[in-house]
Design a binder for this molecule. Structure first.
Ligand SMILES: Cc1cc2nc3c(=O)[nH]c(=O)nc-3n(C[C@H](O)[C@H](O)[C@H](O)COP(=O)(O)OP(=O)(O)OC[C@H]3O[C@@H](n4cnc5c(N)ncnc54)[C@H](O)[C@@H]3O)c2cc1C
Length: 423
């Protein structure tokens, strides 16, 4: 039995294959097609949506790890390398990813396949940093993808083939000063806040008046090795403690739902303020201590403030017991044809539900309110979209389908969820 990170998706594949190299991937794809079976590549299983679910062959890429090579500010990495592994390998060479998500346990290929993003107004997602890809197609042959088809492959949902290697543009070592503070919601909703920093996000609990803002800017100081361990640990623990406090609040709120507004206000006030300076991946990434279900929507940037206000008001009006904060992030327009930020600067709004609570009421409300503002769902998170909405929202869908027809004419790389979205 395979389950994803949240436990919300599970399946019983007929076979799970863990190739040790690209030749093993090619052989596994050929063997599956000879038997008339479908193949789903899987990374770390961190997607909340059923993208990787299959009753046929699950292709586990966790053995394809490590750097293939580094040339200046270009790095080639095997598909199953985790973002954590990549961050450390880059730091050892005085390099860094230009952008980071808030988690480092996903794999490079899984992260790019779903358009995984951080929160930097001017720097695109990991998909946008790709300069070339190697992929095993439906007939079991490997191709190097560069040129215009790269925009199909940047965010492929695992529907074009199995990525075996990714080449990325990276930057020199990045030291950031991260600050966290409680700020009135109106202030963080202005572009002045979200656009003013190298990295900026905020979270806001339903029923609370203030937001928790976190922003980071590049500094020239070097992290001080004597204080670093202590300061970073203390600061990250505060984030962790906040998450745990939220988790505890969630549990209490489940037992006594009418306490949720009070718990949320208290969590906002109790969360610490402060700053810390260190390498980007040490300050921006947090290991979660509780698990949840999540939906996230990519809104045209100009609709972000209204979308957030309306969603908070709708939660209040329906008296939903939402014990996790909304998480709000930004990014520039992307060129990946199926990236949710394709063609427009984007504001991202995520909602979370505790495990053990039905995620549907909040997920549906977010889809209704944020979808009405032109929102497109994050592919790796829960959403109700089908091919009709996808066709309407993605102007390059026909081009993507044409590439798919060439790479995977027999639809080896599909499952019912993908068929409902793309066919
Ligand atoms: C705690 C947590 C925090 C998160 N934080 C963020 C965040 O900050 N920003 C954000 O945008 N998202 C975030 N996500 C979502 C997550 O980054 C994405 O769902 C990402 O796809 C997970 O990578 P994975 O390796 O687990 O991929 P999986 O979930 O295993 O797979 C995702 C997709 O990629 C495909 N795939 C995997 N490997 C390959 C391959 N080698 N070739 C072709 N296709 C492949 C799969 O078929 C599937 O379609 C978070 C998720 C969790 C659980």
């Amino acid at each position: 039995m395979w389950t994803n990170w949240s436990g919300g998706q599970e399946c019983r594949p007929s076979a799970t294959v863990r190739p040790l190299d690209e030749a093993g991937v090619r052989a596994a794809v050929r063997r599956a097609t000879r038997r008339g079976m479908r193949v789903r590549p899987v990374g770390a299983g961190h997607s909340f949506s059923p993208l990787a679910v299959t009753n046929d062959v699950l292709l586990d890429l966790s053995a394809l790890t490590g750097l293939v090579g580094v040339s200046g500010q270009r790095v080639r990495v095997r598909a199953g390398t985790t973002l954590a592994g990549l961050n450390v390998a880059l730091a050892e060479r005085g390099l860094a990813l230009a952008t980071l998500a808030d988690v480092d346990t996903p794999t490079v290929a899984g992260a790019v396949a779903t358009g995984t993003h951080g929160s930097t107004a001017r720097i695109g997602s990991l998909s946008a940093q790709i300069t070339a890809l190697r992929m095993v197609q439906g007939e079991g042959t490997a191709v190097e993808i560069t040129g215009p088809e790269l925009d199909a492959a940047r965010t492929s949902l695992g529907a074009l083939g199995v990525i075996t290697e990714v080449e990325l543009a990276v930057v020199g070592a990045l030291v950031l000063r991260l600050t966290q503070s409680r700020v009135p919601l109106d202030e963080v909703l202005t572009p002045d806040y979200l656009d003013a920093h190298r990295w900026a996000e905020f979270s806001v609990f339903p029923y609370a008046e203030d937001a928790l803002a976190r922003w980071a800017d590049q500094v020239t100081d070097q992290p001080d090795p004597r204080t670093r361990a202590n300061t970073v640990r203390t600061f990250v623990e505060r984030r962790v403690v906040r998450a745990a406090a939220v988790g505890g609040g969630v549990a209490l709120g489940r037992t006594v739902p009418r306490l949720v507004p009070t718990i949320n206000r208290a969590a906002t006030v109790l969360t610490g303020s402060g700053s810390v300076t260190d390498l980007a991946h040490r300050v921006l990434v947090a290991r979660p201590v509780v698990r949840w279900e999540e939906s996230e929507w990519a809104l045209p940037r100009e609709a972000l403030a209204d979308g957030v206000r309306e969603l908070l008001a709708a939660i209040k009006e329906r008296e939903l017991d939402v014990g996790f904060p909304l998480e709000v992030r930004v990014g520039p327009a992307e060129t990946g044809w199926l990236h949710p930020a394709y063609g427009r600067p984007t504001g991202w709004v995520a909602v979370h539900t505790a495990i053990g609570t039905d995620p549907e009421p909040l997920s549906r409300l977010a889809a209704d309110v944020l979808g009405a503002h032109g929102g497109r769902p994050h592919w790796g998170k829960r959403h109700p979209w089908t091919a009709e909405q996808v066709a309407h929202a993605y102007p390059k869908l026909a081009d993507f389908r044409a590439v798919r027809d060439r790479y995977d004419p027999d639809r080896v790389f599909t499952n019912p969820h993908l068929a409902a979205l793309l066919d």
